[in-house]
Design a protein around this ligand. Structure first.
Ligand code: SF4
Length: 419
């Protein structure tokens, strides 16, 4: 007899040889499923998924939508099972000389005995330590146990690495990544998607915000974008990406309209290492923050942020994080820079320019981080699944879908392209 506590129902079950065989078959199938490298396909439009706690990891509707060949431009049947936002936010500790400790389940940031901040563990999804900031061993243990990564960056936000507990036990994700990375043709297939999504998003940014003067560049970008589909090598794609970037950044200054026409924010071309003007300083800083965001998202789904497909492995370069960030560069970082300049969030006095280059002062960095964080939290309609989602969640969603695609659950990978 079976008793269902919720409905207080008793059901008589006749224990027959047939039933026993059926149960043993089900156990054997379950055992076999756990030893497979790829999970069984998700259920299709099952009511079970609505209440399933695994839905944001399993992504049943998203995965099924992307399995359609040829891919549909949108997949409006996808249900809203994925959370639009996470309430937890990254905690940035930028104060040089600060120490991060813990009291119970609360992180406490102190400098020379003075408490600068107290943040409850459940309010953060990563701890970002910038430059000369210490984190106590006990705090690292607590964060590892809670599955919250500690991200190490320089005071200028150059990405050093991540400290993370062993919360993920799925080694197959990485194995699939390495297999694809060893196959040059598959690398080119993924690289086409990364470059196309970045180029299309750059073009959309210009078309929306550049005014009539950029129409020529927008047309030319279309022509260059059309060559991506037939590009046969990573080197060819690098050339196409460079041409797109050239066209885009030649017109980038047209999207900047600082209050009172301040010339400090005039933009001529993209330069870096070191950036020579405030806009380039913000772009470099923003890309460094974005690569960190992508690295955390990839690590959280079990992928190796350093083993890239388009950005081939090179010592110290987080190749896969750079791959994933391509599609988000224009719509997250460039957009945050444009907002910061055009709304007066950053001011000329937030920068210091010398012969060696232009750097952001602490105030400028704080203001730009605030513009960047607001952009990541902004809700937008997902271009394929048509539900609302923050940019931060979209990065995580794409990281998970990239993992799915690497394991061969669907092909090809689809970069996120805004309309
Ligand atoms: S969300 Fe995934 S794991 Fe959960 S019931 Fe649906 S298919 Fe199964």
């Amino acid at each position: 007899m079976l008793y269902f506590a919720a409905s207080r129902t008793r059901v008589d079950v006749a224990f027959t040889a047939d039933l026993e065989a059926q149960a043993l078959r089900a156990v054997a199938e379950a055992r076999q499923a756990t030893s497979r490298r790829t999970p069984p396909p998700p259920l299709e439009h099952s009511k079970k998924c609505v209440a399933c706690s695994l839905a944001p990891i399993c992504l049943p509707d998203e995965t099924n939508a992307l399995r359609v060949v040829p891919p549909a431009p949108t997949a409006p049947d996808v249900r809203r099972l994925y959370p639009p936002r996470t309430h937890a936010q990254p905690l940035y500790v930028q104060e040089q000389g600060a120490v991060v400790g813990k009291q119970g389940e609360t992180l406490v940031v102190k400098k020379r005995g003075e408490v600068l901040a107290r943040v409850r563990l459940k309010e953060i999804d990563q701890l970002v330590v910038c430059g000369n900031v210490q984190v106590s061993t006990q705090t690292v243990h607590l964060l590892c146990e809670a599955g919250i990564p500690v991200v190490h960056v320089s005071s200028g936000h150059w990405f050093y690495g991540i400290t993370q507990g062993f919360t993920l036990r799925n080694a197959f994700e990485k194995a699939a990544q390495f297999e694809v990375a060893a196959d040059r043709e598959r690398c080119v297939e993924f690289a086409r998607a990364f470059v196309a999504a970045k180029g299309q998003n750059q073009r959309t940014m210009l078309r929306r915000n550049g005014g009539p003067e950029v129409r020529g560049a927008v047309r030319e970008m279309r022509r260059v974008l059309d060559r991506i589909e037939t590009a046969a090598s990573l080197e060819e794609l690098l050339g196409i990406e460079g041409q797109l970037a050239g066209l885009y950044f030649e017109s980038f200054g047209r999207m900047l309209r600082p209050p009172a026409g301040d010339l400090t924010f005039a933009f001529e071309n993209r330069n870096r290492r070191p950036p020579r003007d405030p806009v380039n300083a913000m772009l470099s800083f923003g890309y460094a923050m974005l690569v960190k965001e992508c690295a955390v998202a990839l690590a959280s789904v079990g992928l190796d942020p350093y083993w890239g497909l388009y950005h081939q492995p090179r010592h110290g370069r987080p190749g896969l994080a750079l791959d994933l960030m391509e599609e988000f560069r224009p719509v997250v970082v460039d957009s945050a820079v444009i907002t910061a300049v055009n709304t007066g969030m950053v001011r000329p006095r937030d920068f210091v320019t010398a012969a060696s280059g232009c750097a952001m002062k602490d105030t400028g960095r704080k203001r730009f981080i605030s513009a960047f964080a607001s952009r990541l939290d902004q809700l937008v309609t997902h271009p394929i699944f048509e539900y609302r989602c923050s940019w931060r969640q979209m990065i995580r969603l794409q990281a998970r879908l990239l993992g799915r695609c690497l394991r061969g659950e669907f092909r090809p990978y689809r970069g996120l392209v805004t309309r």
